[in-house]
Design a binder for this molecule. Sequence first.
Ligand SMILES: Cc1cc2nc3c(=O)[nH]c(=O)nc-3n(C[C@H](O)[C@H](O)[C@H](O)COP(=O)(O)OP(=O)(O)OC[C@H]3O[C@@H](n4cnc5c(N)ncnc54)[C@H](O)[C@@H]3O)c2cc1C
Length: 484
Amino acid sequence: MVDKKCKLTQGKIFGGSSKLNNMIHVRGNISHYVKWFHGKYNEDYFKQHLEYIEKNIFHLNNIQYQSELVDAILDAANELGYKEFGQNFRANFQKTKVTQKDGKRWTTSDKDINKYVVTNALVENVLITDSIGYGVSVHISDKIHKIFARKGVILSAGTLNTPKILQLSGIGPAELLKALKIPVIQDLPVGHNLQDHIGSGLDLILFNRTLSINAANMLNPLNLFYYLQGKGAWTTPGCEVIGFYSTKNSTNPDVQVMILPVGIASDRGSHLRKSLSITDEIWHKYFTKSFDKHTSSVFTTILHPKSKGTVYIKSKNPIIPPLVNTRYLSEKEDVDILIAGIKIAVKLIKSDSLRNIGAQINTNPFPGCSQYKFFSDRYLQCYIRHLTLTSYHYVGTCSMGLPESKNSVVDTSFKVLNVKNLYVVDGSVLPTLPSGNINAAIAMMANIFFETNIKRLPRNIHSSFQCHKYNKLHDYLFKVCSLD
Ligand SMILES: Cc1cc2nc3c(=O)[nH]c(=O)nc-3n(C[C@H](O)[C@H](O)[C@H](O)COP(=O)(O)OP(=O)(O)OC[C@H]3O[C@@H](n4cnc5c(N)ncnc54)[C@H](O)[C@@H]3O)c2cc1C
């Protein structure tokens, strides 16, 4: 990666990261959710919430447009003994289910509800007195405003930014806050326990011909016509099949693969290379070697990594982003699982079903690893340490847990420990990663929070909401305060 840094993308938009994600919907292993709440709710409770969001908040659909890779991969999985799944989470493969309505992205913020939204606003910190949260300080158009809460403050700035806001408010590791001369309100492990689904295996499949989903096809303006009808290549989520398997012959998968029909080399470096921050050296010595082929990826991710990172503010200035130290692959066990995971992915690529559609394994040696026997453990370890990327599934920095645990930031009601009227509801409260793409789990958590904390509030709570007065031009340009 350029400067040895991963780009940790987030949606800076109303609707957050689900407005730019790949729309892949996975329920994951429900038993993990029971553990997050320490048995407060049973599996049926979570299934009901998942069913509710699937029917009423997301619009779940099968992918509308697929390449030849889909059936071949499903057949290959069958060859290897994996079946398609039913309701229960176990090792298996299936076509990707997506959060789309009529072939177009559909997410939580698209639901028609009354919204009071201030955009172009940066929340700087929570207003707290006597350990009671009573509002937020917000930067809007070069002015700082205080917005007061009638009942409580709910932070939902995501796994990388909620810890930043809490730390700027005096809630975080005392040592960090003292070093920055921020008065400590609560000494809590805010910003610890960062976890992410990371993976490898980009451009591992090569074809001598192009597939029906390819970079050139994406540029065809005729796609607009199909897209308006909810069809065609523009409806693709970028991932056509997902699969789960165990590298340890267990019934609990520890690896997820995402089958991406368009490889990184396919757009000749115009977009994907930059968005993944691939260095010039790796680009020229590895990816450009496949320019005469069509490339696809079996992106192999580890479901429950042991490596944990941190998110710490570097300064008292709220405009400065926090320092994220992901510590990816710092635990050897994670590397071992990825090695075993990629070996199974290679078996898929070498299956008869894939061979029949002309797939071959990419045998270009990875720069810096060519001294090792190709696809030996040493080679794969080297490859993984050079080419492992985020799948943007960050969680854990304000972990939910029991108040007595030293790892908890919020309790099982989403309330920040020892602070009244302050709640966190976003990916940061997930104490561990779900077994699969995480958006469904986060939406489910938000729905549980709504059921348990918001629904009971009196209906007229918003009636006295006041927009700050801004000049008309600014209102028009920035939609500072929009009321339905
Ligand atoms: C590129 C990408 C692809 C992904 N693909 C998938 C997928 O296919 N399937 C899946 O299940 N998951 C996917 N994910 C993950 C999933 O979409 C996110 O984990 C999830 O949307 C995070 O929700 P959140 O509420 O925790 O945070 P976010 O959705 O990131 O929301 C945080 C919001 O807070 C705002 N904010 C942050 N700081 C401040 C501040 N100081 N003041 C005011 N506002 C602030 C942000 O602008 C944003 O709107 C993907 C993520 C990315 C980035």
